[in-house]
Design a protein around this ligand. Sequence first.
Ligand SMILES: [Zn+2]
Length: 238
Amino acid sequence: MGLERVADGVWLLRGDLRRGMNVYFVEDGDGVVQFDGGARSMRKQARAAGEQLGGIKRVVLGHAHADHRGTAPYMGAPVFCHADEVADAESDERFSPYMDLSKLPVAPVRWIYPALFRRWDGGPVKIAGTVEEGDEIAGFRVIHFPGHAPGLIGLWRESDRVALVSDVVYLVDSARLKALPEGEVSLPHPAFTWDHQQAKDSARKLAALEPRVVGTGHAEPLRGENLRQKLERAAEQG
Ligand SMILES: [Zn+2]
């Protein structure tokens, strides 16, 4: 099935191009909560994974960008997100109004993104309800990390310091469409971001939690004892 165990009761499904899109499943009683929607191409795998884990009770979007809402309309479960993401999640548009591809420095990358977004997007998602900072979801606490998107949220479990953070930080270079050097962390490129200053503040907010595992929206989760410094450095350099 290709599910990877991230932490106690937390599973990761990686899919789409270069397996670069992440969907997480968190055990919740006899089923799971799906965190983030990944790309539309992952919908069958995600449904199968959910069934294998006892059934998907609900989908929670880390944020509403096309590559994070892709499977959501196909999971047969109610979809939740932060109030500040509802309009984008339910929109017919693939690009959020604040995105500006002209900020990307490499022309071929600028040209390829519309096709990538078309591939990733699953279309508008009907939102069943909203979540906000402090809410409890399957043993995790919701944390608001505005910046990359206004209503970006992560899930935080203090007992083993596991954070699932969607796109608070990137382990890939979205402006050049390649991996960052091993172990490097960055902020998403401003071309895709609602408020870059707030994105820096949110990376610092994540650093201050002193996580030991950071499950990102793309690429392999970060692990280690020195993540605070890495995350702070990403906020400084961003
Ligand atoms: Zn995003």
